[in-house]
Design a binder for this molecule. Structure first.
Ligand SMILES: NC(=O)c1ccc[n+]([C@@H]2O[C@H](COP(=O)([O-])OP(=O)(O)OC[C@H]3O[C@@H](n4cnc5c(N)ncnc54)[C@H](O)[C@@H]3O)[C@@H](O)[C@H]2O)c1
Length: 335
């Protein structure tokens, strides 16, 4: 049994809480949130204790692992503090807002000898996993042109509207676009260069972005992300990998938001060069549960997570920061 301390009971903290409740080997024993009402609600649901102060949670001996579901600008300090308290740490994406913070997080967790994983959810999302498996097995040949889209309304629900603050959340590029950038990097690795164009909101955040990633050797990738669609626009994500011997495509359109997703029409399709078109069966598994269950299992088995390593999360952040530099300067940024 892995005993967990949950930091942050907002949007994603609640999603994690629901997932832990379905994982037999995980038990959330304590939660912290500056909003005591939110902390109480989650604690009651999980039979956990509300702890008013983070340090008090970190000093508890009955906690093996800390899950950081706090606003992004608080990730680095809390991951480092958890590592120093010798807790294994899961941290929501994006890892941090700067590479200096990311390096300090990696150093602290390595020095403490604890497991550390950043929640890059698409690496556990069944259809994205299925495409990755097809590509890794070489079934479709080399990917040559991949494209990803992620269209969602601005997260005005975030605590203190931190997500819409360039200093604390950074807007759509580090928050939303990083999902696709991370997935593309999982598939293709580090690009040679990045070029981004986009739209800047009045708050100073780049809230619509088009990024192209150059992989040389006849391969390229493109990702589009936005916070600018209205709330009535269904959350949409798509991914297409055109490979030498076929194309895999996933299209997901939710209901009015991701929780109200309509099952129909959300499909993975594989088009092979010789003419067959198939819809591979994928597990109907919740990606968040799969992600948390994987990390819990790694802790139980005493091994380091491999599906997504701290170095992978750092690379995704590095690419996203390069995209922001390209947006700011108009230049192609070499990696
Ligand atoms: N993997 C995903 O799909 C996904 C989805 C949504 C959010 N996220 C990430 O999760 C993180 C949190 O986002 P969110 O949407 O849940 O935000 P949120 O604003 O809904 O929740 C943040 C919570 O932290 C609490 N909080 C703020 N400062 C605190 C402090 N100093 N001490 C204790 N509690 C504090 C707030 O009261 C709030 O309940 C972000 O990094 C975000 O990018 C990931």
């Amino acid at each position: 049994m892995v005993r967990i301390g949950l930091l942050g009971c907002g949007f994603i903290g609640k999603v994690h809480a629901k997932a832990y409740a379905q994982i037999p080997d995980a038990k959330v024993v304590a939660v912290v949130d500056r909003d005591s009402g939110r902390a109480k609600e989650v604690a009651e649901e999980l039979g956990a204790e509300v702890v008013p102060v983070v340090d008090d949670l970190l000093s508890r001996q009955d906690i093996d692992m800390v899950d950081v579901c706090l606003p992004t600008y608080l990730h680095a300090d809390h991951v480092i503090a958890a590592a120093r308290a010798r807790k294994h740490v899961l941290c929501e994406k994006p890892m941090a807002l700067s590479l200096e913070q990311a390096d300090a997080m990696i150093e602290a967790t390595e020095q403490a000898g604890v497991a550390f994983m950043v929640g890059h959810t698409l690496r556990f999302w069944p259809e994205y996993v299925a495409i990755k498996d097809l590509v890794s097995r070489g079934e479709l040949g080399k990917p040559v042109a991949v494209a990803a889209t992620r269209l969602g309304t601005a997260p005005t629900w975030s605590w203190d509207r931190w997500l819409l603050d360039p200093e604390r959340g950074g807007g759509a590029v580090p928050d939303l676009h990083i999902h696709d950038i991370d997935y593309i990097a999982w598939l293709l690795g580090k690009p040679r260069s990045v070029m981004a164009r986009g739209v800047r909101s009045a708050n100073g955040c780049w809230d619509h972005v088009f990024t192209t990633l150059d992989y040389g050797d006849g391969a390229a990738a493109f990702a589009e992300g936005t916070f600018l669609v209205p709330p009535s626009f269904p959350f949409t994500m798509t991914f297409r990998a055109i490979c030498e011997n076929g194309t895999a495509e996933f299209v997901f359109r939710s209901g009015v938001n991701i929780e109200a997703r309509a099952e129909s029409g959300n499909t993975l399709t594989v088009y092979r060069k010789e003419g067959t078109v198939t819809h591979p069966e994928v597990a109907k598994e919740d990606a968040y549960k799969a992600e948390l269950e994987y990390f819990v299992r790694c802790i139980e088995e005493g091994r380091r997570p491999e599906i997504t390593t701290p170095g992978d999360a750092r690379l995704s952040l590095e690419i996203v920061l390069a995209a922001v530099r390209s947006l700011e300067s108009g230049d192609v940024v070499r990696m």
